[in-house]
Ligand binder design. Sequence first.
Ligand SMILES: [Cu+2]
Length: 467
Amino acid sequence: MNKRDAMLFTIVAAVVGSTLFAITYTQIQIIGTTQQVSSTVDDPLKKIRDMGGLVPRMPSAFASLTEAQARDLESQGHKVVEFNVSGISVELPIMGHSSDHPKTYRAMTFNGQVPGPTLRVTQGDIVKMTLCIPDDEAQSHSIDMHASQTTALDFGATNVNDCRVYTYVAKYAGVFKYHCEGINLAAMDQHVLSGMYGITIVDPVDGYKKVMVENVLFENGQMIKDRTFHPADALEFQLSFSQLYIDDNGNYDQGEMFKHQQTLHTINGMSLGYVPNENHNELIMGDAKKNIFVLQPWNSAKLAQYQSQLIFIPVEEHVRLFVENQANEPLYFHIVGEILDRVVQSNHVQATGQDTHLIGGSQGVVIDVIFDEPGVYAAVNHDYAAIFQGATALFVAGDPFGLNEKLGSSAKSYAELLGNPSDSIPPLGKNSKTHPMVNVHGLYTDDRAAEIATSIEDEIFWKNSFR
Ligand SMILES: [Cu+2]
């Protein structure tokens, strides 16, 4: 190539190159336009401008509401649910050396019960929370509801002989802890771990989803893949796991809490509260004093609402568990002999076909399980210390002891004979099945137990009827 040709080549190359570049550039622009890159950049800015800047203008954009805003929404047909609780200190039993003479501890409670009353609402409901501290209570309390989104100033101390109100929209579906925050955080650990905790169940606005169970089965000697659907309606139970840190005199022991050395593990306030009692002994063994289960320290009928109870369920029925880890230690939730068919958090599926689900402190989950075979199944915190320190609850599925036939009953399950423990049953929601019988049971003061007995009077089956 001579000098002239070389120059010409350079010019041609430059023109071609710039043309190519131009074409490429144009193509980029075309591709960009096709993908609407520019418009997606513009849209949020436009939205923010339309909203009037970064300060939302509509009251409904807030989870937290003033009382006037709540009244406005109520007048527009939205549901307001009142949640009224009292902060009170009481003496409540713990598992003692003798089941006839239980030891007690200095409990702090909402409404004289551990856990506190369960609030059940539907996504979009407006919750009006009122905490009052009676004039005979020795100290201030507070309430932090995890279902809310509101300033932490709402969770500040409420003085004796005073009330605090805050109002919010329950925007997210799921299981949410609520708890005392002590006196502006002072002694929060003592107040919560002495019993000031409970749950809010926020049902999804469209209801719960049906459960799909996928596994394998054998048919005519052949293994086949199986897929079974269970309707959203379910028999429901709530299980709040916690720990007690107490000294020999029943006082809170903060030193042991800091060392994570719990005295006992509890489910719904009770250590080994869901194991057989004297009535079950008598029905199954023919002798009230002959224990069926290895751990039955808490089974005397004399203990009234504190007597242990079993949880009864039919087989092949959708069971929905609202499980909350209220305390300090991890909860390795497992049901001995069962697989958790579905684990849901905030209306999103976290797991299916899982044996054990890890639930951290102050986390809640909805667990769907279908018990396939008649039998006894233990729901536990699969931490070996926790199992033996009280975090064990027995479910009896179907009629594994053949009791219905023995008693000449047409009942389908023990639940229709003995009733399920009231403290494990949440208030009913849209997809709840009703329990055939309910028994008063739980870590309640006598006054509170009497109130609960009255509220379920029509359903109640007194536990001593077999004696
Ligand atoms: Cu408190």
